[in-house]
Ligand binder design. Sequence first.
Ligand code: GLN
Length: 271
Amino acid sequence: MIDLTRAQFMRRFALGLGLSLMVAACGGADTGTGDAPEAGGGVLKVATEPAFPPFESQGADGELEGFDIDLMTAIGETAGLEIQFESLPFDGIIPALQAGTVDAAISGMTITEERAKTVDFSSPYFKAGLAIAVQEGTDDIAGFEDLEGKKIAVQIGTTGASEAAKIPGAEISTFDSAPLALQELVNGNVDAVINDAPVTLFAISSDNLTGLKVVGELLTEEFYGIALPKDSENLAAVNEALASMIADGTYAEIYQEWFGAEPPTLPESAF
Ligand code: GLN
């Protein structure tokens, strides 16, 4: 595999995922009006792990912000449901859905066959994939096959952690959040991080983490979905709201706000 500069990677990523300059124009979308929903009146408790910018994070004032937050808020407005966000660790989200302590989750969560055995997913709402990050000076890791026997940091319970588990002889350290895994790489304690490409690229470009680059090609193509308990009565309403927001341009508006690009066409199902 070839070693791409960040600019080249961004271009490929943009072409491949239908995003361009996704790290530009990451201002907050002002979709939350605070008004009561017009119809329905039900409350939807929605879990999220708010350390995954630009999808979900906590602003300086402690308020949740991000693409997922704006999307879910707009889904609530469209479906007539009041959204109440609840912050949970990422690996606690599926157990909470199973226990019924939350009604849904939006957290950059990849729709996987494994997870779909225990929770229901909405239609795909975002196309992503996993990327390898290394320190800028690294010249012996250009792709997945070079990770054999290396030290790798991942976020616990994620698709990145599953992918890392496939590497022979790798020494894996797990962290509660993606920024912590990336910080470990900045500190020089690991050789690489496997994490969702949009989040890694955002972190690299945001100046919070310096001296990192992304190498190789995306390891996977993944689609994010909103997760709900099995057989949730809210699944149809969430899907209908998402479909109508895609059709009427609301989805594209939120996407533009966070990624500065037209959204790619999404498949009806992830697999
Ligand atoms: N998309 C990845 C997954 O679903 C990571 C999600 C996250 O860390 N919020 O496993």
